[in-house]
Design a protein around this ligand. Structure first.
Ligand code: PA5
Length: 445
Protein backbone atom coordinates (compact mmCIF):
# COMPACT_ATOMS: atom_id res chain seq x y z
CA UNK A 1 0.00 0.00 0.00
CA UNK A 2 1.12 3.57 -0.66
CA UNK A 3 2.20 5.69 2.29
CA UNK A 4 2.65 9.45 2.38
CA UNK A 5 5.12 11.12 4.71
CA UNK A 6 4.95 14.90 5.09
CA UNK A 7 7.42 15.22 8.00
CA UNK A 8 10.04 16.93 5.83
CA UNK A 9 7.67 19.76 4.93
CA UNK A 10 7.14 20.70 8.55
CA UNK A 11 10.02 23.08 9.00
CA UNK A 12 8.44 25.15 6.22
CA UNK A 13 4.74 24.84 7.01
CA UNK A 14 3.12 23.74 10.24
CA UNK A 15 1.26 20.51 10.85
CA UNK A 16 -1.45 22.58 12.47
CA UNK A 17 -1.98 24.55 9.25
CA UNK A 18 -2.07 21.35 7.17
CA UNK A 19 -4.60 19.77 9.50
CA UNK A 20 -6.66 22.96 9.38
CA UNK A 21 -7.66 21.87 5.85
CA UNK A 22 -9.66 18.96 7.27
CA UNK A 23 -13.01 20.71 6.82
CA UNK A 24 -12.18 21.90 3.28
CA UNK A 25 -11.10 18.39 2.35
CA UNK A 26 -14.32 16.99 3.78
CA UNK A 27 -16.34 19.54 1.77
CA UNK A 28 -14.40 18.65 -1.37
CA UNK A 29 -14.99 14.94 -0.77
CA UNK A 30 -18.71 15.60 -0.42
CA UNK A 31 -18.78 17.71 -3.58
CA UNK A 32 -17.17 14.80 -5.43
CA UNK A 33 -19.47 12.17 -3.92
CA UNK A 34 -22.67 14.18 -4.32
CA UNK A 35 -21.78 15.79 -7.63
CA UNK A 36 -22.41 19.28 -6.30
CA UNK A 37 -19.13 20.89 -7.39
CA UNK A 38 -17.89 22.42 -10.62
CA UNK A 39 -17.42 19.98 -13.49
CA UNK A 40 -19.81 17.50 -11.91
CA UNK A 41 -20.61 15.89 -15.26
CA UNK A 42 -17.04 14.51 -15.30
CA UNK A 43 -17.00 12.43 -12.14
CA UNK A 44 -17.14 9.00 -13.76
CA UNK A 45 -13.58 8.26 -12.62
CA UNK A 46 -14.43 8.55 -8.92
CA UNK A 47 -15.79 5.04 -8.40
CA UNK A 48 -14.56 3.65 -11.68
CA UNK A 49 -12.16 1.04 -10.20
CA UNK A 50 -14.82 -0.67 -8.08
CA UNK A 51 -17.37 -0.60 -10.90
CA UNK A 52 -15.22 -2.40 -13.49
CA UNK A 53 -16.82 -5.78 -14.19
CA UNK A 54 -15.18 -9.12 -14.94
CA UNK A 55 -17.05 -9.16 -18.29
CA UNK A 56 -15.49 -5.86 -19.29
CA UNK A 57 -12.01 -7.08 -18.34
CA UNK A 58 -12.60 -10.32 -20.24
CA UNK A 59 -13.62 -8.34 -23.36
CA UNK A 60 -10.48 -6.21 -23.10
CA UNK A 61 -8.28 -9.26 -22.56
CA UNK A 62 -9.79 -11.08 -25.55
CA UNK A 63 -9.18 -8.06 -27.79
CA UNK A 64 -5.65 -7.73 -26.44
CA UNK A 65 -5.10 -11.40 -27.24
CA UNK A 66 -6.21 -10.88 -30.86
CA UNK A 67 -3.66 -8.09 -31.21
CA UNK A 68 -0.94 -10.11 -29.45
CA UNK A 69 -1.54 -13.07 -31.75
CA UNK A 70 -1.60 -11.07 -34.97
CA UNK A 71 0.92 -8.28 -34.40
CA UNK A 72 4.62 -7.98 -33.68
CA UNK A 73 4.13 -4.23 -33.13
CA UNK A 74 1.18 -2.20 -31.92
CA UNK A 75 1.00 1.57 -32.34
CA UNK A 76 -1.01 3.42 -29.73
CA UNK A 77 -2.31 6.58 -31.41
CA UNK A 78 -3.43 9.24 -28.94
CA UNK A 79 -2.41 12.45 -27.19
CA UNK A 80 -2.67 13.83 -23.64
CA UNK A 81 -5.04 11.74 -21.59
CA UNK A 82 -5.51 9.44 -24.55
CA UNK A 83 -1.98 8.03 -24.32
CA UNK A 84 -0.08 9.14 -21.23
CA UNK A 85 -1.75 6.73 -18.79
CA UNK A 86 -1.07 3.68 -20.96
CA UNK A 87 2.52 4.77 -21.55
CA UNK A 88 3.06 5.49 -17.84
CA UNK A 89 2.01 1.99 -16.83
CA UNK A 90 3.67 0.17 -19.72
CA UNK A 91 7.02 1.88 -19.21
CA UNK A 92 6.88 1.44 -15.42
CA UNK A 93 6.36 -2.31 -15.78
CA UNK A 94 8.35 -3.17 -18.90
CA UNK A 95 11.86 -4.50 -19.12
CA UNK A 96 13.80 -1.42 -20.27
CA UNK A 97 15.41 -3.36 -23.10
CA UNK A 98 12.54 -5.68 -24.10
CA UNK A 99 12.07 -3.97 -27.46
CA UNK A 100 15.71 -4.63 -28.37
CA UNK A 101 15.54 -8.33 -27.59
CA UNK A 102 15.35 -10.65 -30.55
CA UNK A 103 12.77 -13.00 -29.07
CA UNK A 104 9.94 -10.92 -27.74
CA UNK A 105 7.21 -12.10 -25.39
CA UNK A 106 4.86 -9.27 -26.29
CA UNK A 107 4.34 -6.94 -29.24
CA UNK A 108 6.53 -3.84 -29.28
CA UNK A 109 4.37 -0.89 -28.26
CA UNK A 110 5.02 2.36 -30.10
CA UNK A 111 3.28 5.70 -29.82
CA UNK A 112 1.97 8.15 -32.40
CA UNK A 113 -0.56 10.93 -32.62
CA UNK A 114 1.06 12.83 -29.72
CA UNK A 115 3.06 15.23 -31.91
CA UNK A 116 3.09 16.62 -35.44
CA UNK A 117 6.73 15.87 -36.12
CA UNK A 118 7.18 15.09 -39.81
CA UNK A 119 10.48 13.34 -39.12
CA UNK A 120 8.95 11.36 -36.26
CA UNK A 121 6.07 10.17 -38.40
CA UNK A 122 8.32 9.48 -41.38
CA UNK A 123 10.69 7.42 -39.25
CA UNK A 124 7.78 5.58 -37.65
CA UNK A 125 6.22 4.67 -40.99
CA UNK A 126 9.66 3.57 -42.27
CA UNK A 127 10.17 1.40 -39.18
CA UNK A 128 6.76 -0.18 -39.66
CA UNK A 129 7.53 -1.27 -43.21
CA UNK A 130 7.49 -5.06 -43.26
CA UNK A 131 6.16 -5.23 -39.69
CA UNK A 132 2.95 -7.04 -38.81
CA UNK A 133 1.61 -4.06 -37.00
CA UNK A 134 -1.74 -3.11 -35.49
CA UNK A 135 -3.15 0.19 -34.27
CA UNK A 136 -5.14 1.26 -31.24
CA UNK A 137 -6.70 4.57 -32.21
CA UNK A 138 -7.65 6.50 -29.08
CA UNK A 139 -9.51 9.79 -29.12
CA UNK A 140 -12.46 10.73 -26.97
CA UNK A 141 -13.53 13.59 -29.19
CA UNK A 142 -12.48 11.64 -32.27
CA UNK A 143 -11.37 14.89 -33.88
CA UNK A 144 -7.97 15.70 -32.34
CA UNK A 145 -5.70 16.81 -35.18
CA UNK A 146 -2.46 15.19 -33.99
CA UNK A 147 -4.11 11.79 -33.52
CA UNK A 148 -6.33 11.94 -36.62
CA UNK A 149 -3.36 12.86 -38.81
CA UNK A 150 -1.23 9.97 -37.50
CA UNK A 151 -4.16 7.56 -37.79
CA UNK A 152 -4.77 8.53 -41.39
CA UNK A 153 -1.17 7.52 -42.19
CA UNK A 154 -1.25 4.37 -40.09
CA UNK A 155 -4.59 3.12 -41.39
CA UNK A 156 -3.47 3.40 -44.98
CA UNK A 157 -0.14 1.72 -44.29
CA UNK A 158 -1.76 -1.07 -42.32
CA UNK A 159 -4.30 -1.74 -45.09
CA UNK A 160 -1.61 -1.59 -47.80
CA UNK A 161 0.75 -3.86 -45.91
CA UNK A 162 -1.60 -6.31 -44.27
CA UNK A 163 -4.67 -6.22 -46.52
CA UNK A 164 -8.09 -4.75 -45.76
CA UNK A 165 -9.42 -7.82 -43.97
CA UNK A 166 -6.46 -8.18 -41.58
CA UNK A 167 -6.46 -4.41 -41.00
CA UNK A 168 -10.05 -4.66 -39.73
CA UNK A 169 -8.86 -7.26 -37.23
CA UNK A 170 -5.82 -5.40 -35.93
CA UNK A 171 -7.18 -1.84 -35.81
CA UNK A 172 -9.13 -1.11 -32.65
CA UNK A 173 -10.88 2.18 -31.86
CA UNK A 174 -11.41 3.65 -28.41
CA UNK A 175 -13.65 6.68 -28.69
CA UNK A 176 -17.03 8.24 -28.00
CA UNK A 177 -20.14 6.08 -28.25
CA UNK A 178 -21.74 8.18 -30.97
CA UNK A 179 -19.85 11.25 -32.12
CA UNK A 180 -16.55 12.11 -33.79
CA UNK A 181 -14.64 11.00 -36.85
CA UNK A 182 -13.00 8.05 -35.04
CA UNK A 183 -16.45 6.64 -34.25
CA UNK A 184 -17.66 7.12 -37.83
CA UNK A 185 -14.59 5.33 -39.23
CA UNK A 186 -14.77 2.53 -36.65
CA UNK A 187 -18.42 1.85 -37.49
CA UNK A 188 -17.89 2.07 -41.25
CA UNK A 189 -14.90 -0.27 -41.17
CA UNK A 190 -16.42 -2.56 -38.49
CA UNK A 191 -13.42 -2.20 -36.20
CA UNK A 192 -13.64 -3.63 -32.74
CA UNK A 193 -14.28 -0.59 -30.59
CA UNK A 194 -14.53 0.43 -26.95
CA UNK A 195 -16.35 3.43 -25.54
CA UNK A 196 -14.84 6.17 -23.42
CA UNK A 197 -17.61 7.06 -20.98
CA UNK A 198 -19.01 10.59 -21.41
CA UNK A 199 -18.37 11.37 -17.76
CA UNK A 200 -14.66 10.50 -17.74
CA UNK A 201 -12.27 13.19 -19.00
CA UNK A 202 -9.10 12.25 -20.89
CA UNK A 203 -6.65 12.74 -18.03
CA UNK A 204 -8.80 10.62 -15.70
CA UNK A 205 -9.28 7.83 -18.24
CA UNK A 206 -6.36 5.48 -17.58
CA UNK A 207 -8.63 2.87 -15.98
CA UNK A 208 -11.03 2.87 -18.94
CA UNK A 209 -10.12 0.98 -22.16
CA UNK A 210 -7.94 4.01 -23.03
CA UNK A 211 -5.32 2.69 -20.63
CA UNK A 212 -6.42 -0.87 -20.00
CA UNK A 213 -6.34 -2.16 -23.59
CA UNK A 214 -2.77 -1.05 -24.47
CA UNK A 215 -1.58 -2.23 -21.04
CA UNK A 216 -3.12 -5.67 -21.64
CA UNK A 217 -1.62 -5.83 -25.15
CA UNK A 218 1.79 -5.11 -23.62
CA UNK A 219 1.32 -8.24 -21.50
CA UNK A 220 0.44 -6.80 -18.11
CA UNK A 221 -2.22 -7.96 -15.69
CA UNK A 222 -5.06 -5.46 -15.85
CA UNK A 223 -7.00 -7.30 -13.13
CA UNK A 224 -4.19 -6.65 -10.68
CA UNK A 225 -3.88 -3.05 -11.86
CA UNK A 226 -7.59 -2.50 -11.22
CA UNK A 227 -7.36 -4.34 -7.86
CA UNK A 228 -4.63 -1.90 -6.79
CA UNK A 229 -6.86 1.01 -7.77
CA UNK A 230 -9.85 -0.50 -5.94
CA UNK A 231 -7.78 -0.77 -2.74
CA UNK A 232 -6.77 2.87 -3.11
CA UNK A 233 -10.37 3.93 -3.79
CA UNK A 234 -11.15 2.54 -0.33
CA UNK A 235 -8.04 3.99 1.31
CA UNK A 236 -8.91 7.48 0.01
CA UNK A 237 -12.66 7.20 0.64
CA UNK A 238 -14.82 9.98 2.01
CA UNK A 239 -15.16 8.41 5.45
CA UNK A 240 -11.47 7.66 5.98
CA UNK A 241 -10.21 10.05 8.69
CA UNK A 242 -8.11 12.94 7.39
CA UNK A 243 -4.84 11.83 9.02
CA UNK A 244 -5.14 8.31 7.57
CA UNK A 245 -6.29 9.34 4.12
CA UNK A 246 -3.26 9.83 1.82
CA UNK A 247 -5.22 11.74 -0.84
CA UNK A 248 -6.62 14.13 1.77
CA UNK A 249 -3.21 14.71 3.31
CA UNK A 250 -1.48 15.23 -0.04
CA UNK A 251 -4.16 17.68 -1.25
CA UNK A 252 -4.01 19.65 1.99
CA UNK A 253 -0.20 19.75 2.18
CA UNK A 254 0.28 20.93 -1.40
CA UNK A 255 -2.35 23.67 -0.99
CA UNK A 256 -0.67 24.87 2.22
CA UNK A 257 2.73 24.85 0.51
CA UNK A 258 1.24 26.82 -2.40
CA UNK A 259 -0.20 29.34 0.03
CA UNK A 260 3.22 29.69 1.65
CA UNK A 261 4.75 30.72 -1.71
CA UNK A 262 5.87 27.37 -3.10
CA UNK A 263 4.47 27.70 -6.62
CA UNK A 264 6.23 24.75 -8.23
CA UNK A 265 5.89 21.08 -7.34
CA UNK A 266 8.61 18.80 -8.68
CA UNK A 267 7.69 15.13 -8.86
CA UNK A 268 10.87 13.19 -8.27
CA UNK A 269 11.69 9.57 -8.98
CA UNK A 270 14.83 7.55 -8.43
CA UNK A 271 13.81 4.96 -10.97
CA UNK A 272 13.93 5.79 -14.69
CA UNK A 273 10.93 3.54 -15.31
CA UNK A 274 8.75 6.14 -13.59
CA UNK A 275 9.53 8.85 -16.13
CA UNK A 276 6.14 8.57 -17.86
CA UNK A 277 4.26 8.35 -14.57
CA UNK A 278 5.58 11.88 -14.05
CA UNK A 279 4.49 12.89 -17.56
CA UNK A 280 1.00 11.54 -16.82
CA UNK A 281 0.96 13.31 -13.43
CA UNK A 282 2.00 16.63 -15.02
CA UNK A 283 -0.93 16.49 -17.41
CA UNK A 284 -3.33 15.49 -14.62
CA UNK A 285 -2.38 18.35 -12.33
CA UNK A 286 -1.46 20.91 -15.00
CA UNK A 287 -4.75 20.68 -16.88
CA UNK A 288 -6.82 20.30 -13.72
CA UNK A 289 -5.43 23.18 -11.67
CA UNK A 290 -3.72 25.61 -14.01
CA UNK A 291 -6.54 28.08 -14.69
CA UNK A 292 -7.97 31.43 -13.59
CA UNK A 293 -4.34 32.60 -13.12
CA UNK A 294 -3.90 30.05 -10.35
CA UNK A 295 -2.33 26.65 -9.81
CA UNK A 296 0.90 24.97 -8.78
CA UNK A 297 3.21 24.43 -11.76
CA UNK A 298 3.83 20.67 -12.01
CA UNK A 299 7.39 19.79 -13.01
CA UNK A 300 9.35 16.55 -12.83
CA UNK A 301 12.87 15.18 -12.68
CA UNK A 302 14.44 11.73 -12.91
CA UNK A 303 17.12 11.23 -10.26
CA UNK A 304 19.93 10.58 -9.95
CA UNK A 305 20.23 11.47 -13.68
CA UNK A 306 18.91 15.01 -13.25
CA UNK A 307 20.93 15.63 -10.09
CA UNK A 308 23.67 16.25 -12.62
CA UNK A 309 21.61 18.90 -14.39
CA UNK A 310 18.60 20.29 -12.50
CA UNK A 311 20.15 19.34 -9.16
CA UNK A 312 22.01 22.64 -8.97
CA UNK A 313 18.85 24.70 -9.48
CA UNK A 314 16.91 22.65 -6.98
CA UNK A 315 19.64 22.95 -4.34
CA UNK A 316 20.35 26.66 -4.72
CA UNK A 317 17.96 28.36 -7.15
CA UNK A 318 14.91 30.48 -6.33
CA UNK A 319 13.13 29.03 -3.30
CA UNK A 320 9.71 28.69 -4.91
CA UNK A 321 9.73 24.89 -5.16
CA UNK A 322 8.90 21.78 -3.19
CA UNK A 323 9.42 18.15 -4.10
CA UNK A 324 7.25 15.04 -3.95
CA UNK A 325 9.46 11.99 -4.12
CA UNK A 326 8.07 8.66 -5.31
CA UNK A 327 10.13 6.09 -3.48
CA UNK A 328 9.99 2.46 -4.61
CA UNK A 329 10.63 0.27 -1.59
CA UNK A 330 12.04 -2.80 -3.30
CA UNK A 331 13.72 -3.42 -6.65
CA UNK A 332 12.33 -6.28 -8.73
CA UNK A 333 15.76 -7.72 -9.50
CA UNK A 334 18.91 -8.32 -7.57
CA UNK A 335 22.33 -6.99 -8.64
CA UNK A 336 25.32 -6.54 -6.37
CA UNK A 337 28.37 -4.35 -6.88
CA UNK A 338 31.32 -6.64 -7.69
CA UNK A 339 34.60 -6.44 -5.85
CA UNK A 340 37.65 -5.51 -7.92
CA UNK A 341 41.18 -6.46 -7.02
CA UNK A 342 42.76 -3.26 -8.30
CA UNK A 343 40.04 -0.95 -7.03
CA UNK A 344 41.12 1.76 -9.44
CA UNK A 345 37.73 3.46 -9.21
CA UNK A 346 37.82 3.30 -5.40
CA UNK A 347 34.44 1.60 -5.28
CA UNK A 348 35.38 -1.43 -3.22
CA UNK A 349 33.67 0.14 -0.21
CA UNK A 350 30.45 -0.70 -2.07
CA UNK A 351 31.41 -4.25 -3.01
CA UNK A 352 28.69 -6.74 -2.10
CA UNK A 353 26.04 -4.03 -1.73
CA UNK A 354 22.96 -4.11 -3.86
CA UNK A 355 22.74 -1.35 -6.45
CA UNK A 356 19.40 -0.39 -4.94
CA UNK A 357 21.06 0.19 -1.56
CA UNK A 358 23.35 2.73 -3.21
CA UNK A 359 20.33 4.31 -4.90
CA UNK A 360 18.46 4.48 -1.59
CA UNK A 361 21.35 6.32 0.06
CA UNK A 362 21.40 8.72 -2.89
CA UNK A 363 17.68 9.23 -2.31
CA UNK A 364 18.04 9.84 1.41
CA UNK A 365 21.10 12.04 0.98
CA UNK A 366 19.30 14.09 -1.67
CA UNK A 367 16.24 14.56 0.48
CA UNK A 368 18.29 15.81 3.42
CA UNK A 369 20.38 18.09 1.18
CA UNK A 370 17.31 19.58 -0.49
CA UNK A 371 15.53 20.15 2.81
CA UNK A 372 18.71 21.84 4.10
CA UNK A 373 18.66 23.92 0.91
CA UNK A 374 15.13 25.16 1.62
CA UNK A 375 13.07 22.68 -0.40
CA UNK A 376 10.18 21.03 1.48
CA UNK A 377 9.92 17.31 0.69
CA UNK A 378 6.96 14.95 0.63
CA UNK A 379 7.66 11.26 0.27
CA UNK A 380 5.29 8.77 -1.31
CA UNK A 381 6.39 5.18 -0.84
CA UNK A 382 5.15 2.34 -3.00
CA UNK A 383 6.15 -1.27 -2.28
CA UNK A 384 7.47 -2.19 -5.75
CA UNK A 385 6.96 -1.56 -9.44
CA UNK A 386 4.09 -3.95 -10.07
CA UNK A 387 0.53 -3.71 -11.33
CA UNK A 388 -1.10 -3.34 -7.89
CA UNK A 389 1.19 -0.55 -6.76
CA UNK A 390 0.93 1.40 -10.00
CA UNK A 391 -2.86 1.00 -10.12
CA UNK A 392 -3.01 2.34 -6.57
CA UNK A 393 -0.64 5.20 -7.30
CA UNK A 394 -2.64 6.39 -10.32
CA UNK A 395 -5.93 6.38 -8.45
CA UNK A 396 -4.31 8.10 -5.45
CA UNK A 397 -3.16 10.97 -7.68
CA UNK A 398 -6.58 11.23 -9.38
CA UNK A 399 -8.46 11.40 -6.09
CA UNK A 400 -6.04 13.89 -4.57
CA UNK A 401 -6.30 16.00 -7.73
CA UNK A 402 -10.10 16.24 -7.49
CA UNK A 403 -9.86 17.27 -3.82
CA UNK A 404 -6.96 19.65 -4.40
CA UNK A 405 -8.65 21.40 -7.34
CA UNK A 406 -11.79 22.03 -5.29
CA UNK A 407 -9.71 23.39 -2.37
CA UNK A 408 -7.99 25.72 -4.85
CA UNK A 409 -11.42 26.84 -6.02
CA UNK A 410 -11.23 25.88 -9.69
CA UNK A 411 -13.10 23.41 -11.88
CA UNK A 412 -10.58 20.54 -11.97
CA UNK A 413 -12.39 18.77 -14.80
CA UNK A 414 -12.29 21.21 -17.69
CA UNK A 415 -9.42 22.51 -19.83
CA UNK A 416 -10.66 25.62 -21.67
CA UNK A 417 -7.11 26.89 -22.20
CA UNK A 418 -6.23 23.99 -24.49
CA UNK A 419 -8.47 25.42 -27.22
CA UNK A 420 -6.48 28.64 -27.78
CA UNK A 421 -3.64 27.12 -29.81
CA UNK A 422 -6.06 24.96 -31.80
CA UNK A 423 -8.10 27.97 -32.87
CA UNK A 424 -4.97 29.80 -34.08
CA UNK A 425 -3.56 26.70 -35.80
CA UNK A 426 -6.81 26.10 -37.70
CA UNK A 427 -6.98 29.78 -38.68
CA UNK A 428 -3.38 29.69 -39.93
CA UNK A 429 -4.08 26.48 -41.87
CA UNK A 430 -7.24 27.97 -43.42
CA UNK A 431 -9.50 25.25 -42.08
CA UNK A 432 -13.00 25.57 -43.55
CA UNK A 433 -15.23 27.33 -41.06
CA UNK A 434 -12.36 29.47 -39.75
CA UNK A 435 -12.48 32.18 -42.44
CA UNK A 436 -12.99 35.11 -40.05
CA UNK A 437 -10.27 33.86 -37.67
CA UNK A 438 -7.91 33.36 -40.65
CA UNK A 439 -8.42 36.93 -41.74
CA UNK A 440 -7.91 38.27 -38.24
CA UNK A 441 -4.77 36.25 -37.59
CA UNK A 442 -3.21 37.12 -40.94
CA UNK A 443 -3.62 40.78 -40.05
CA UNK A 444 -1.49 40.18 -36.92
CA UNK A 445 1.43 38.62 -38.76
O1 PA5 B 1 -7.30 15.44 -20.59
C1 PA5 B 1 -7.80 15.77 -21.65
O2 PA5 B 1 -9.01 15.90 -21.79
C2 PA5 B 1 -6.94 16.02 -22.88
O3 PA5 B 1 -5.59 15.94 -22.60
C3 PA5 B 1 -7.27 15.00 -23.96
O4 PA5 B 1 -7.05 13.73 -23.43
C4 PA5 B 1 -6.45 15.20 -25.21
O5 PA5 B 1 -6.57 16.51 -25.65
C5 PA5 B 1 -6.88 14.23 -26.29
O6 PA5 B 1 -8.21 14.41 -26.60
P1 PA5 B 1 -9.03 13.33 -27.42
O7 PA5 B 1 -9.05 12.07 -26.62
O8 PA5 B 1 -10.38 13.93 -27.60
O9 PA5 B 1 -8.32 13.11 -28.73
Amino acid sequence: MITLNIEKTLGFISKENVYAYEKQVQDAQEMLENGTGLGNDFLGWLHLPSSITQEHLADLKATAQTLRENCDTVVVAGIGGSYLGARAVIEALSNSFAWLQEKKESPVILYAGHNIGEDYLYELTEYLKGKNFGVINISKSGTTTETALAFRLLKKQCEDQRGKEMAKKVIVAITDAKKGAARVTADKESYKSFIIPDNVGGRFSVLTPVGLLPIAVAGFDIEKLVAGAVAMEKACGKDVPFAENPAALYAATRNELYKSGKKIEILVNFNPKLHYVSEWWKQLYGESEGKENKGIFPASVDFTTDLHSMGQWIQEGERSIYETVISVEKANHSLQVPSDEENLDGLNFLAGKHVDEVNKMAELGTQLAHVDGGVPNLRLTIPALNEESIGGLLYFFEKACGISGYILGVNPFNQPGVEAYKKNMFALLNKPGYEAESKAIQARL
